[in-house]
Every structure is written in C-alpha cells, then in structure tokens.
Design a protein around this ligand. Structure first.
Ligand code: NAP
Ligand code: F7E
Length: 345
C-alpha cells in the first residue's frame, strides 16, 4: 500500500485528490494549518479516512515532520494562497507560501526521502500576458500578478531540484478548474451561488468586474486524475492540463442563469453594461469596478495534447455539464438555507 502526502488537502483539489487516492487504496496524509476553529473544509465528509498533520508551507520544520510521519511515497503540493486578487493585497505572504513554500517542501523531501515522487501545482497564470494562443509546455511565461510570479518561482525550483538532485518532480500547468467545492470568491462559484440566490429571491443583483476576460475552464475531478497520472510515469516531466476551449465570463453568466431557468438580455457597454431578466425586466447583473484587477490576464486557452498522448489523460466532464452541476448544487444549498430561515421565523 502506498502512502501519499497532500498539502492543501482542505481545498477544492485536495478533496477530489483525496477521494481518488483513497479509492486506489492509498494511505492518505494531509497537512492542515492550525485555526482558532477546527475546520476540515472540503474533506469534512471523509475526515475519518485521512491522517491529518498540523503543518504550514512557511515552516520547514513542520514539513520535515510531515514527511517523517507520513513516510510518503508520493507528495502532492496543492497548498497555496490561490486567489489571484488577494495576491496584490498580500504579495509577501503569497510569495512566502506559493514560492518559498515549494523550496521548503522540496528540501524536506530531499532530507527525509529523496525517492518520494513530487507533484507541484503550477498554473496557467504563469502565461499571463500570453505570448501565443493556445498555450502549451513550450510557451514563454509572462505572469501578470504577484500570484503568477510566485507560482513561476515554484515551477522553476521544482525543475531545478529535478535537474540538480535527480528528484522525481513534476509540475502540472493546470488551467482554471472549478467544481461544486470551489471557493465563493472565484468568479464561477460567485456566479452560480448568486444565480441560485437571485432565483430564490434572496439576492437582487450580481456584481462583477471584467466580463470580457476569457478562461479555459474544466472540472477539478478530471484535473486531479492528471496529477496522479503524472506521478505514475517512468520519467518526471511537466504537462499542460486544459480543455482547449475558452469562454468569456459573460458566457459563463448566461449559461449559469439558463440552468436556473432565467433568460438574460445584455444592455449597455463597459462599466454601464447590465444583464436584465427577460421575464421580469429587472437588472440582475451589473459591473462594479471594484472587482477589476490592477493587471488582467485577458485570455487563456490551453493545448493538452502532450498529456493526452503521454499520460492518456482525457477529461470526462464537459463545460456545460460542469456549470449545470455547480448551479444545481447551489440551488440545493440555497433552498436549504431558505427553508431553515423560514423555520426559524
Ligand atoms: P484552494 O481551494 O484555495 O486550496 C488551497 C489550499 O492551500 C487550502 O487547503 C489551504 O488551507 C491551503 N493553504 C494555504 N496556505 C497554506 C499554508 N501556508 N500552509 C499550508 N496550507 C496552506 O485551491 P485549489 O483550487 O484547490 O488549488 C489547488 C492548487 O492548485 C493551488 O496551489 C492553486 O494555486 C493551484 N491551481 C489551481 C487552479 C484552479 O483553477 N483551481 C489552477 C491552477 C493551479 P486553508 O484551508 O487552511 O486555507
Ligand atoms: O477569475 C474575472 C477576473 O478569480 C477569473 C485560480 O484558481 O485560476 C484561478 O485564477 C476571471 C478573471 O480566477 C470577477 O478578473 C470578473 O479574469 O475566478 P477567478 P483566476 O484569476 O483565473 C488560475 C488558473 C489559478 O491558478 C488560480 O489559483 O474572472 N472576474 N469579475 C472576476 N473574478 C472574480 N474572482 N470576481 C469577480 O467578481
């Protein structure tokens, strides 16, 4: 039986990866940060099957300890300050976790078990101001946020430890991937949550920033499978994981509302653009400049051919299916919330 150590286990990807590894018979260890209120996040439902170790990416001592306790054969580094917008507000913390944290973990592996296989969660944000469309493994990087810059360090230090110390270390350059477990600050979940609330009449309007920005969106469940496949190969390498489809935020909004049964009509331009519910005439989507970023990544479109060929990776969940699942999940959650508040009143 193999042992796996997952950092970022309480997050979106950590939860789907835990489920995948448990289904394959792994002993799953996960590092968790100490909080004032104990919170298992997205792995609450499987917390009894996971071995938790308190550790932090910024504390190498705790990572050496986690390696010793878990005796990990495979280490998946998913921990990060992952919200791009916050990286302008907390650029130093973002660098400490997303950049130096990777060195801390690689050192912990080198010291305790250099035969462990390592996965680094790299990102399409490293392409930033894209130098070619679509982006693949050889596309030059041009990050556009403190998040992207820190992740680029994590990417290169992983490659550097592979080449310097012969570690089995891979980076997955994953494009945006979402799910019912996505944090509500990210645009997709913000939209599906708001669509459900507007449908139930407990929110009036959804306020967004740049609706022209284009993303290549897949489902997290498909993407964690690619992480595992990367660590099962004969030689370590880096791979782009994407859908090769791109859509604007505006298109995501339209489809999400469609799955709640609301037909949207757009009026106006730029910051005056509004989305109107065709059946009621009410404005339910507005632009709020507070959600614009100091620098934007305008378009992401990934080419996953290398992963499809070598890893035999294939996505199972289409874009439409993903949005549908997210909307249905939020409709259920909001309905429960409404029922509970009615019972309490
Ligand atoms: P997420 O839901 O935000 O989860 C991030 C995880 O990192 C959480 O468990 C968080 O723990 C943990 N964490 C944050 N700071 C930490 C620290 N100092 N020490 C230990 N743990 C810490 O992110 P995700 O969407 O699952 O993404 C997983 C990874 O893939 C991240 O590295 C992200 O940057 C990268 N990535 C994501 C995407 C995407 O579209 N989802 C695409 C490319 C790459 P708490 O619960 O304590 O906050
Ligand atoms: O923004 C625009 C925003 O925050 C997507 C992370 O997982 O994927 C994610 O980063 C787009 C941007 O994700 C709002 O300006 C408009 O263009 O959902 P997001 P992200 O920045 O693409 C990459 C691959 C990662 O690695 C990251 O960890 O949507 N947008 N209006 C908005 N975004 C947000 N959050 N909120 C808005 O109101």
């Amino acid at each position: 039986m193999k042992n796996a150590l997952i950092t970022g286990i309480t997050g979106q990807d950590g939860s789907y990866l835990s489920e995948l590894l448990l289904s394959k018979g792994y002993n799953v260890y996960g590092i968790m940060r100490r909080k004032s209120v104990v919170d298992f996040g997205n792995v609450e439902h499987i917390k009894d099957k996971i071995n938790f170790i308190y550790a932090d990416m910024t504390d190498i001592v705790s990572l050496v300890n986690a390696m010793k306790i878990s005796k990990a054969d495979e280490v998946y580094n998913l921990a990060a300050q992952s919200f791009v917008a916050t990286s302008w507000e907390q650029p130093v913390a973002t660098a400490e976790i997303n950049a130096l944290g990777v060195t801390n973990l690689l050192e912990a592996i080198k010291i305790t078990n250099p035969n462990a296989r390592f996965y680094q969660a790299s990102t399409s944000e490293m392409f930033g101001l894209v130098q070619e469309i679509p982006q693949c493994e050889t596309t030059p990087f041009y990050p556009r946020s403190p998040y992207g810059v820190a992740k680029l360090y994590g990417h290169w230090i992983t490659k550097n430890y592979r080449e310097s110390y012969n570690l089995y270390a891979c980076s997955g350059i994953l494009f945006n991937h979402e799910s019912e477990r996505r944090g509500k600050e990210f645009v997709t979940r913000k939209i599906t949550d708001a669509a459900a609330r507007i449908k139930f009449g407990i929110q009036d309007c959804l306020e967004l920033g740049n609706m022209d920005s284009k993303r290549d969106w897949g489902h997290s469940k498909d993407y964690v499978n690619a992480m595992w496949l990367m660590l099962q190969q004969e030689t370590p390498d880096d791979y782009v994981i994407a859908t090769n489809e791109t859509r604007t935020v505006r298109e995501f909004v339209e489809i999400a509302f469609k799955y709640t049964g609301i037909d949207l009509e757009w009026k106006g331009k730029e910051i005056d653009e509004i989305g109107i519910d065709k059946s009621t005439g009410k404005t339910i989507v507005k632009v709020n400049p507070k959600f614009f970023r100091p620098a934007e990544v305008d378009i992401l479109l990934g080419n996953p051919q290398k992963a499809e060929k070598i890893l035999k990776w294939k996505r199972e969940i289409s874009f439409d299916e993903m949005v549908k699942r997210m909307v249905e999940n939020d409709l259920t959650l909001v309905e429960q919330e409404v029922r509970i508040s009615e019972l309490n009143n």
